[in-house]
Ligand binder design. Structure first.
Ligand code: ATP
Length: 315
């Protein structure tokens, strides 16, 4: 049982090494456990006030409920006056989308099935534990290793415990991936994550972002009207099963969306379905590369704007 330790600090048990990534809330660094030599990851989060503290305690409590191979596993947690440190397993294969745009990766619909199935397995477990992730997007799906094809869902910083009898509403998320009920500040449910799963699947297959507008407002308005289609030529070579799968997720009414378990039973993801006869054409990566580069730019811009808000100027 992992407990948030206040009497010790991470450096008492771990040697901190290189930076793995930066997020809105802090830095993630690689660490080595002194006792075992195990390589792990540590997320350092700045605490500013009691609300931050509650949010981080929430993240730790939620991660404890999520012991599953498709979800990032909690290992240890520390807190001192200004910082909380969450030690998790190390996921060293990088972001899924960066992996699939590499020249040495052959992107086929079958590969997408393999990734989407794993994502749905992770989400199904999470929803069974009555946890909503609420920030499912490509950046939060990492490959376990550089070579293998296993993936894991990370970042439970916005996750919430869900009680079907209570009315839960939130006002956050990433415009391109967020469900209409979030934008409208209507009650949310496990189906809210399934919308995002549908968007991730749409982008993975085509490189196109279904709701992206020229401005954030336009994007959000495309989301709330749930206007999207398969008209782009990128979808010409996509199977009707894949399109059916997406069509049953990008549904405005959350009660009519497939659940994660429904997804695993859907023809497109079911293991028993024989796909040998289907020619495995490689999908074009041109659009997906553009998508990944655009998201990276966006992240850099957001980081700069955040610094500016704090009064730091970059020369
Ligand atoms: P965001 O701004 O995306 O909400 P965050 O502050 O909540 O970020 P995370 O998403 O948890 O932070 O981590 C930031 C980045 O660090 C990730 O995108 C990923 O590249 C890297 N990272 C996080 N956890 C791990 C891990 N366990 N192993 C390897 N890299 C990781």
């Amino acid at each position: 049982d992992v407990r948030l330790r206040k009497d010790k600090w991470v450096t008492d048990y771990y040697v901190v090494s290189q930076l793995l990534g930066k997020g809105k809330f802090g830095e993630v660094k690689q660490v080595k456990e002194r006792r075992t030599g195990n390589q792990l990851a540590a997320k350092f989060i700045d605490v500013n006030g009691p609300q931050d503290k509650k949010d981080i305690e929430n993240e730790v409590e939620i991660m404890k409920l999520l012991q599953h191979p498709r979800l990032l596993q909690l290992y240890d947690a520390f807190e001192n006056k200004n910082t909380v440190c969450i030690v998790t397993e190390l996921v060293s294969g990088g972001e899924l989308f960066e992996r699939v745009i590499n020249d040495d990766f052959i992107l086929t619909e079958k590969a997408c099935v393999m990734f989407m199935r794993q994502i749905c397995e992770g989400v199904a477990f999470m929803h069974n534990q009555r946890v909503l992730h609420l920030d499912i997007k490509p950046e939060n799906i990492l490959c376990v290793t550089r070579e293998g094809n296993r993936v894991k869902i990370i970042d439970f910083g916005l996750a919430r415990k869900y009680n079907p009898r209570e009315d839960l509403r939130v006002l956050f998320g990433t415009p391109e991936f967020v469900a209409p009920e979030v934008v409208n500040f209507d009650p949310i449910a496990p189906a809210t994550d399934m919308w995002s799963v549908g968007v991730v699947c749409y982008v993975l297959l085509s490189g196109l972002s279904p709701f992206m507008g020229d401005t954030e407002q336009e994007t959000l308005s495309n989301v709330t009207s749930a206007t999207w289609d398969f008209n782009a030529e990128e979808f010409d070579s996509i199977s009707k099963e894949a399109k059916d799968f997406i069509s049953k997720l990008l549904v405005k009414d959350p009660r009519k969306r497939m659940s994660a378990t429904d997804c695993l039973d859907h023809q497109w993801l079911r293991r028993s379905v024989k796909r040998e006869g289907v020619p495995e054409r490689s999908l074009s990566k041109k659009r997906l590369r553009k998508f990944v580069y655009r998201r990276k730019w966006q992240k850099a811009i957001n980081a700069m704007l955040a610094l500016r808000r704090m009064g730091v100027t970059l020369s």
